[in-house]
Design a protein around this ligand. Sequence first.
Ligand code: MN
Length: 735
Amino acid sequence: MADVFNAGAEDVLTTAGKYIHNKESLDLISRAANYAAEAHAGQFRRSGEPYTSHLYNVAYILASLHVGPKTIAAGLLHDTIEDTGISRDELAELFDDEIADLVESVTKIGALKFKGKDDPEYQAANHRKIFIAMAKDVRVILIKLADRLHNMRTLEYQPESSQKRIAAETLDVYAPIAHRLGISAIKNELEDLSFYYLNRKEYYRIAHLVETRKQERDESVQSMISGITDLLNEHDIEFRIFGRSKHLYSIYHKMVARNKRFEEILDLLAIRIVTRTELNCYEVLGYIHARYKPIPGRLKDYIAMPKTNMYQSLHTTIMGDDGKIFEVQIRTEEMDAIAERGVAAHWKYKEGGHYDARTEQKEIEDKLSWFRDFAVFTSDSEDESASEYMATLQRDVFEANVYVMTPKGRVIDLPNGATPIDFAYRIHTDVGHTAVGALVNDAMVPLNTELHTGDVVSIRTMKGTGPSEDWLKFVKTNQAKNKIRAWFAKRETEKKEQMIEQGEKTLSDELRKRGFEPKTYMEKKKIEAIMKEFSAKDYTDFMYGLAVKTINATSVCEKLTNQKRSVNDNEALTKLLSRDPGKKHVMTKTGIYVPGIESIKLSLALCCLPVYGDPIVGYVSKGEGVKVHRCDCVNVVNQKNRLIDCYWEEEDKERLYDSDITIIAEDRNFLLTDIVTSVSQNRAPMLKVSANVNREDLTTTIKMKIQIHNVQQLEVLLANLRKVEGVISVKRVSH
Ligand code: MN
């Protein structure tokens, strides 16, 4: 690569001094240079040079663009926040708010990480937009461009892996921005430098092609220049004329993009004529076309129709006497300055006594709004039509996005008005669901805070929490809305599933209690056959009803079992209704009688297991005859209209009744042995026993099924069990 002029502090001041004459302004620049030198003292670049060389070169590039003194000062200071730890406020105190803001913005943009992902084209276009949106002020972009240009010039000192990444980013993001701002000098150099690092083989191939034809081309260009010079001298026109070479990347780009051979690139021989007035430009064009043969369709009038980046010039292509083809550009000095320095030429620093802060601010605002319109151009196409321009403008300005960053510098673009919740869902669905707080620029903010471009956002999450329905009122992205709704829908489904399970359990418990096998009765088709009678529209609805008790489990049980035993049921009911209370009772197998009924199907309820002597009551079921419960059994206390009195007959001394007992005791060695001993001392056969230790309070729960003759014997047994060491409670169980 060609050696580039390496500027020092002196060169910055000399170059600035060519167009800045105000002493205060020049003092500001040297003060910034001195401060930067002090702040970065002892820091070196990879090249081994003092860090200040980077700052002087950046400032020199800026001065070459004729930017204002504050921009040059900010250029000198652009790395102080990042590398020397000084704060924005300190800079504001030492210099002023404007310079401090410029340096801060440059630092923020520096934190952006552009990583091409799935669609590199989209990413690149997006990154340019983000870049411009974040810069807000065109001067920030000029500083970043100068910064990048010098970093590209010294890229050889970076490790090879970084070189390619930085060069690709330069080509994708920085060069198109330079182009959009019309700064062709910077754009061309950035492109050639990127080209060199990205595709060195092609770079050298084209450089070689250009070199081998150089002499021949130089001769052709020189003879054409003298021809035109003679021609224009015949007329009274002020002009300067020079040959110019296309930069290598544009040659490469045309060869690849238009699939042309080197020889075919017509405007390889290029001449520029710079004259005084717009009218002169058309005059010059007329004289040239009269003398040399123009190639049809190649005349472009960018004076009448400026390019969107404000570029103005006449372009034509003519054939020389030797048959060689030349592209000729004709423009005024002002147009030439704009073509080289672009937006910076518009930005040209103005000096004058009446330049107060208020008018300066106004002018900056005017320029900014112009710049914002300007900033929406991210397309590379050379000839953008007016309608495309309007479309882009509308899309980007009226549907403008905000660009915020993660603490690690990842850029997230969101619609205007977006909140930390939108941000959280963009990061990850789970981050959104479990968000409980948000930090914006290190300050805790409410979750409905509106985010702004450049904000650094981080989300606090807490496991196990879920979104709030209130979030739907303020989130802006459809993504967040959909995820929140999906979360609630899923929770509803889960809740419903739980309710169905609960309903099924209620019903199976009820059936089991009544001595029915739930599996037999709870077949889906059996349920479906009866559910209409309970106004349930489907199985789910039915079970839900059972769970929330809008459907009565007892009635369902009766309905379900009724279908099978309707005959028996009718029989029992008929007998019940036709009983004669005065009639003498008859002995039954269960040892229980219902006054007034001679024979009826009687059985002991499995839920409360009455034993001889317990107060009892009969429940008239719909197919199982009369179930005998203990009077205090929870399953019958609310069934008054189906209960009938029943009584124990004389005791059968041989008969044993099952009874369930639960004992809670402090866990200790030999506890179970002592309990079992106590039970056998009371001559109660034990059918089943289980023990479970509760690890939390170190108690043991012992459940057992025993057999017993009557309630007196049972009471004694329970009393004895309560005396066993460590026992806390002893209870008969009712299910
Ligand atoms: Mn820098």
